[in-house]
Design a protein around this ligand. Sequence first.
Ligand SMILES: [Zn+2]
Length: 309
Amino acid sequence: MTVTKVFYHTDFENHIPTLNNPECSKRVENIIDLINKENLTNLSIIEPNKINKELIYAAHDTNFVKDTLNKFPQNDDIIYLDQETPVSKGSLDSTLRAAGAGIDAIDLILNKECRNAFCIVRPPGHHACIDRSMGFCVFNNVAIATYYLINRYRFSNIAIIDFDVHHGNGTQDIFYENKNVSYYSTHQYPLYPGTGDVNEVGINNIFNVPLEAGTKSAVYQDLFDEKIIKQLIIQKPDFIIISAGFDAHKDDPLANINLSENDFSIITKKLMNIAKEFCDGKILSMLEGGYDINALERSMLAHIKTLQE
Ligand SMILES: [Zn+2]
């Protein structure tokens, strides 16, 4: 068994929102070469399929999904699904493969073809709400994958951990009253999208850890242990899903949290220990943000190297 499957497709380079959009194809276009240079023996790379559209409806309003699928341009126009979510001709295939990656990864993990998976996808997903696209996100990849685990495989105690520097308001929205899912987020606060206060608790299944601008590694790791790991030990999840955004890196231009790529290794290891203890190591991780290209590449490599250990 390969320990880790990495999902990637060159379609993810053809979602080209606008010039100068920080969520650009450069974020991912070198990563496969960089992974290959590492000669990691416990890992293999695989192309995701486009999702069966029916599976998107589980996480989103049906009319919203249908309307959105009809809005993608066939020509060179740029269409704005929301103020920060422009899409181009290549965006539809990219969007369908981004969501499809989570589905394919879950099937492989549950068929024991790998222990965990990292999906290097664009567009990201965690700001996409039940009935709207938002903040670079068209559909909520992680939420769609979570519903697939619930509906297809009958999981009932899933943990989603979101360490992107922005609050995953879309994921929180979708699972706010869902007893099968707990959502944990560390994020700079206040910052876009403005949600993520500690008082937003759902049915005691939402755990928000707001961070002050300037937060450094030691403080972050202590909070992660105190607010997230301790609660995960209480929850005893049967599957772990990670919204892996790397924009809490100190070099990131969109926020002011001071983590390094080594911090992402440490967080990954902590979550792997939880997964090992409670769910046979099963982890699905999906890329969210991260906008300094070099920092993002180094951080993704750190995450992947740890996952495949
Ligand atoms: Zn982000």
